[in-house]
Design a binder for this molecule. Structure first.
Ligand code: UGA
Length: 429
């Protein structure tokens, strides 16, 4: 099938690459000439495990990038909208990009003879496709949705860093639609992925996405809160998580306590659902608490470190800046408020990350030092603070440290293998 994908961020490009690998002919459309150039030269413009290999094999015969939306739509049967939906300060999602693209697509559909399906993949608050995307497509095209062209809402459940694996082995494919013809076409596109398909209406598809992210975020805040209690009473929350995770009704996933969730999705999506709840007169007590626990978690890290360590003028190696391992993304990363807090208390920060140094430099500039080698971040440090669960930290050599104190917010180090002179302390255990 011929498909165009608007927006070459991690969702758009992963969608494009995985469909292309299954033999579909994909055109990526983006406004950024650098991104287009990179994709056409088989270079991923973002870091995503496995993406480079797929681009290598599918560009140019099954995948191309362009800024020509007209040509891309005219030569395809379906267009996926994968542009960003950032969050405004009040939690409401910003639909500027979605609206602009919907209007542009509508104008092109005005003259297109063949049936075309517009698929919203960007995460949008329930009601958006019906109340914003469809009216814009209809007014710009002069045609009727569900009759002259199709509209589908097909949410993504891709984790950053594991997006290729998640796309290739989905737990389910959710297809929200207003007509069977377009839902059939999208279901056919996913045929090779052999996942259960759930067909619903547009609003339900949008709500499924927000509910999934909000529940996962709730699990993280829940275990963090329990972990804070465990710390006070001398219990290891990771043993507790294992104990409850074996119950199939609970599952072991998303029960790793830590410094709080971050990234471009959980904080934004929970906030957007809270905003929507407020709009329709529901007070979202639990969702507000999920964010509150999360906002407080970096503070817990600072409190515990302050209790056992003289922070002023002390050299602290901060190990891990990305909001989780496997990504270069520091958006809403707990490392940011933690570093800010440590700087306010007078610490000297020597930061390390495997992928996120460049992104962090944009935030802290010359207030901290940046190291691509763990040993350089540890050199002369009096405390090593592990914030991201990069597996490489499991086998660190602490020799370069002045004082061998480790504070591990992710509980990734095997204590049995630690040398005797290393002091090891954690957040929730
Ligand atoms: C999340 C969802 O997992 C995806 O299904 C969804 O498609 C995506 O958002 C999105 O909306 O686009 P992602 O933000 O990439 O994916 O990250 P996750 O792997 O879900 O982790 C989110 C945060 O929770 C991270 O900060 C992570 O460190 C934290 N976390 C996760 C924990 O602290 N403990 C856990 O047990 C699991």
């Amino acid at each position: 099938m011929n498909v165009s994908v608007v927006g070459s961020g991690y969702v758009g490009l992963v969608t494009a690459a995985c469909f292309a690998e299954k033999g579909h002919k994909i055109t990526c459309v983006d406004i950024d000439p650098q991104k287009i150039d990179k994709i056409n030269n088989k270079i991923p413009p973002i870091y995503e495990e496995g993406l480079a290999e797929i681009l290598e094999s599918v560009v140019p015969h099954n995948l191309n990038a362009t800024d020509d939306l007209l040509e891309a739509i005219n030569s395809s049967q379906a267009t996926f909208i994968c542009v960003g939906t950032p969050c405004a300060a009040d939690g409401q999602i910003d639909l500027t990009h979605i609206k602009k693209v919907s209007e542009q697509i509508g104008k092109i559909l005005a003259d297109k003879k063949n049936y075309h399906v517009v698929v919203v993949k960007s995460t949008v608050i329930p009601g958006t496709t019906q109340d914003h995307v469809i009216p814009l497509l209809e007014s710009a095209s002069g045609k009727t949705a569900g009759k002259d062209f199709g509209v589908v809402m097909n949410p993504e459940f891709l984790r950053e860093g594991k997006a290729i694996i998640d796309f290739k082995k989905p737990d389910r494919v959710v297809i929200g639609s207003i007509d069977d013809e377009s839902a059939d076409l999208v279901e056919k596109l996913y045929y090779h992925f052999k996942a259960p398909v759930l067909r619903v209406d547009l609003k339900t598809a949008e709500m499924i996405k927000y509910t999934a992210n909000s529940l996962l975020a709730t699990k993280v805040s829940f275990i963090n809160e329990v972990g804070n209690v465990c710390k006070k009473i001398g219990v290891n929350v990771y043993d507790v998580a294992q104990g409850i995770g074996l119950d199939h009704r609970i599952s072991p996933h998303f029960l790793s306590a830590g410094p709080g969730f971050g990234g471009s999705c959980f904080p934004k999506d929970v906030s957007a659902l809270i905003y929507k709840a407020g709009e329709v007169g529901v007070q979202p007590i639990l969702l507000n608490a999920v964010l509150e626990v999360n906002r407080n978690q970096p503070e817990k890290v600072l409190e515990l470190i302050e209790k056992q360590h003289e922070i002023k003028d002390s050299k602290i190696a901060v190990l891990g800046l990305a909001f989780k391992a496997g990504t270069d993304d520091v958006r809403q990363s707990p490392s940011i408020p933690i570093i800010e807090g440590l700087l306010d208390l007078g610490a000297v920060i020597q930061a390390h990350d495997f992928e996120a140094l460049d992104a962090t430099k944009k935030i802290f500039k010359d207030k901290i030092t940046y190291h691509s080698e763990i040993k350089d971040a540890l050199a002369g440090a009096e405390l090593a603070l592990i914030l991201t669960e990069w597996p490489q930290y499991k086998k660190m050599d602490f020799t370069p440290m002045k004082e061998k104190k480790i504070f591990d917010t992710r509980y990734i180090i095997n204590q049995d293998l630690l040398p005797e002179d290393v002091e090891y302390e954690g957040l929730c255990w």
